[in-house]
Design a protein around this ligand. Sequence first.
Ligand code: ASP
Ligand code: MG
Length: 421
Amino acid sequence: MSLIVQKYGGSSLADAESIKRVAKRIVETRKAGNEVVVVVSAMGDTTDELLELANQVTPIATGRELDMLLTAGERISMALLAMSIKSMGQEARSYTGSQAGLSTDAKHGSARIVDVAPIRVRAALDAGAIAIVAGFQGFNRGTGDITTLGRGGSDTTAVALAAALNADVCEIYTDVDGIFTADPRVVPAARKIDRITSEEMLELAAAGAKVLYIRAVEYARRHGVTLHVRSSFNNNEGTLVVNPKEGEAVEEPIIAGVAADLNEAKITVVGVPDVPGKAAQIFTIVASTDANIDMIVQNVSTAATGLADISFTLPKADGAKVLKALEDNKGTAGFASLQYDDQIGKLALVGAGMRTNAGVSAKLFTALFEAGINIEMISTSEIRISVVTRADTINEAVRVVHKAFDLDADELAQVHGGTGR
Ligand code: ASP
Ligand code: MG
């Protein structure tokens, strides 16, 4: 008998009909002789609607009460799904995150899981029932309060339960057929990936691929959980996200996929004195704002001026606070001025096979050159090359790079729902 954890995203649970359809699928999995634990997201856009409602009541709601509100979304899904399963003659029991034993730290809105003790879930399975768990939530032992794991946190709930219950697989059900070599809405010829390593998946998720959340992938990697990302709208095999053991020989394609991110901006610190300690000083100021910076580029200072420019990228949402922090410290840091540019796009090419393959960057840059696209910044890791271009050229950039690396499929990808979640 296998133990399967299935997670259904909001787009798979949009209305009563969808809930019945998903219930049927779960009952079939149980009838095939598996133990089944189901993790649910809130129905459709419920979480956004609850946030909007809170905003209408007060724009400054945060912390405890906001988490209380948002966790209601997943509780609606879990109860309706359990009812639907029971109506089909199969035993099912729903549990909130705290009932399922997910304890977290006390950071409301972005809590981290510290311990998973799914005693009641295990007992439900032992009694022959299907266990349904509300995703995205837990509780803190110290405060006794309900917490949420951050947007998209249900994926993490599913992976954490799969790890704690030693599940055979964690299936993530969504409205697309799996992980694609690029966003099918941008590249109609994108191909579904059958198998990808968690290392590659982490790079793609960090670079803007939206199907899986980065924290869930990290957790799965750390605990050796195999993920199967697939559509709840058909029975096709999706994408397996695997964790090959150290030294295990795997035939890795050179390129796994291309991702793009339009949520970043670029700050240029102009006229930084070219003396030791300036970068340390500037990035200490940036770090004090808690912003997550990504690419950093420093130009060559000419001997004549003795000044350098330093550019870095960061989420647009952090732009204002970082600019202010730098501006406030302009005198001590000694730079001349700041430039802010939020019209950038970032493209990342990811593949574990890149490690052993020369010429990948040359091919990438050539493809962009031939399309007349200018590269403004470049950064690399072992298995990724990222470039910054103008925002309005990013989709074209993704298409030409996808084609240059022979990733285009003959058949066009099918997108079912529309949000990609
Ligand atoms: N409902 C939450 C959200 O929309 C959690 C999730 O869907 O995973 O972010
Ligand atoms: Mg959701």
